[in-house]
Structures are given as structure tokens and as C-alpha cells.
Ligand binder design. Structure first.
Ligand SMILES: O=C(CO)[C@@H](O)[C@H](O)COP(=O)(O)O
Ligand SMILES: [Fe+2]
Length: 226
């Protein structure tokens, strides 16, 4: 359970890319707290999405914070480009390189919030020695690379462990993968306060439904944390 404000971060990976700017505006107007942006390189993960050029083009359509999830390796050479493109939070995988401590410091040196993320097979203990260098801790609840997968239940245990590791620090605890209004309650109870949701918000790509879908996830999470 968390006392931090609940934030909903729709993932634009499930947006209709042929009208991406409008899809970003639509989730902004529908109440998104963050815009979650999944960057994939076809190497660290078996899919390719988009990079800094696309991010800077959608930066013009919303003032909401950009929560940029980098699924790329190596990551260090690209931190500055994503900072310049308009990222507010830059989240890197602990598995993506040997110099996580340095990478997190490089993100903060750009004036951005430093996020760290672990895959389903990586234990929370991998983050013990970098916890004082992060602003956001993300638990992947699917194997990264694709939207629309099912939530891995063991992620709830990892959330509780991550919550204990965070202790009283000012760090957001985010969950990503298979989040729906049906499981948001148990996810909140396990300690997450930032909810990434791709297919469960963008399902059908009908902007008229986005506000209700975001509200349903938020309400399910807040009912538990209230
Ligand atoms: O990082 C990723 C996938 O690698 C995610 O952010 C997905 O985009 C979430 O999609 P859903 O599981 O919510 O459909
Ligand atoms: Fe993501």
C-alpha cells in the first residue's frame, strides 16, 4: 500500500501511430498524469519503436511529463539525446549495461529524473546499491518488448520488496505491463503508485473512451490506498 499520489501513465506504444500527435493530446485531455514512451532498439528487446526525433515532435502537443522507458543497449551514448528531445524522467534497464551507477548520475546531470527498471527475472536486490541515485523504480510485470501481454503475478512480490527497499525515500514505484482496472487494486496494495497502461487505455483507439479507462484504473488503485 502506498500513500504517494496515484499517477496513471498511458503508454503510447498502443496508440494509433498514423495520428500520434492527436493520440497524445487525447490522453492528456483524458487525465493522464505522465505520457509513457517506450523506446525499443531491436537488440535489447525484440522490437523496434521510436527514438528522439519522434519524442521531440510530440513534445509540442502536451505539457505533461514525458516518462521515457529506454529498452536500448548501450544506453549511455543516448542519454543526452533523450534529455534534449524533451524527456522528464529517463528510465534505464539495470540489465542494459555494466555501469548503472554512472548512467543514473548522467541522467541527473542532464537535470532529469533518473529511473531504473528491472525485468521479470531480475531480483529487486540488484538495485540495493543504487537506490540513493534513483527518483523512480520501475518493476516490469511483462517481458519488455510488446504491449498487450498478461501481468506476471510474481511482480506483486517484487513490488512489496521494492517498497521495502525504497523505505522513506522520495521515490516513485511504477509498474509496467498488463495493467488493467481489474488488477490495479492489488497492484496498489503491493505498493505501486505509478501505473503504466498501454492496451487497457488505448484499446480500440477511440479517444472518446480514454477518460473513462484512465479513471477506472485510478479509481481501482485509489480505493485501496484511500
Ligand atoms: O514497456 C512496455 C513493453 O515493453 C510497456 O510500457 C507496454 O507498452 C505496456 O503495454 P500494456 O501491457 O499495458 O499493453
Ligand atoms: Fe514501458
Amino acid at each position: 500500500m502506498t500513500s504517494r499520489p496515484i499517477k496513471i501513465a498511458p503508454s503510447i506504444l498502443s496508440a494509433d501511430f498514423s495520428r500520434l500527435g492527436d493520440e497524445v493530446k487525447a490522453i492528456d485531455q483524458a487525465g493522464a498524469d505522465y505520457i509513457h514512451i517506450d523506446v525499443m532498439d531491436g537488440h535489447f528487446v525484440p522490437n523496434i519503436s521510436f527514438g528522439p526525433v519522434v519524442i521531440s515532435s510530440i513534445r509540442e502537443v502536451t505539457a505533461k511529463p514525458f516518462d521515457v522507458h529506454l529498452m536500448i543497449a548501450p544506453v549511455d551514448p543516448y542519454i543526452q539525446a533523450f534529455a534534449k528531445a524533451g524527456a522528464d524522467i529517463i528510465t534505464v534497464h539495470a540489465e542494459a549495461g555494466p555501469h548503472l551507477h554512472r548512467t543514473l548520475q548522467a541522467i541527473r546531470a542532464e537535470g532529469k529524473k533518473a529511473g531504473v527498471v528491472i525485468n521479470p527475472a531480475t531480483p529487486v536486490s540488484a538495485l540495493e546499491l543504487v537506490i540513493d541515485y534513483v527518483d523512480l523504480l520501475l518493476i516490469m510485470s511483462v517481458n519488455p518488448g510488446f504491449g498487450g501481454q498478461s501481468f506476471i503475478p510474481e511482480s506483486l512480490t517484487k513490488l512489496r520488496q521494492a517498497k521495502a527497499l525504497i523505505g522513506g525515500r522520495d521515490i516513485d514505484l511504477e509498474i509496467d505491463g498488463g495493467v488493467t482496472a481489474d488488477n490495479a487494486g492489488e497492484i496498489a496494495r503491493a505498493g505501486a503508485n505509478v501505473f503504466v497502461a498501454g492496451s487497457s487505455v488505448y484499446h480500440g483507439n477511440d479517444p472518446a473512451t480514454y477518460a473513462a479507462r484512465i479513471a477506472a484504473i485510478r479509481n481501482a488503485a485509489q480505493t485501496v490506498t484511500a
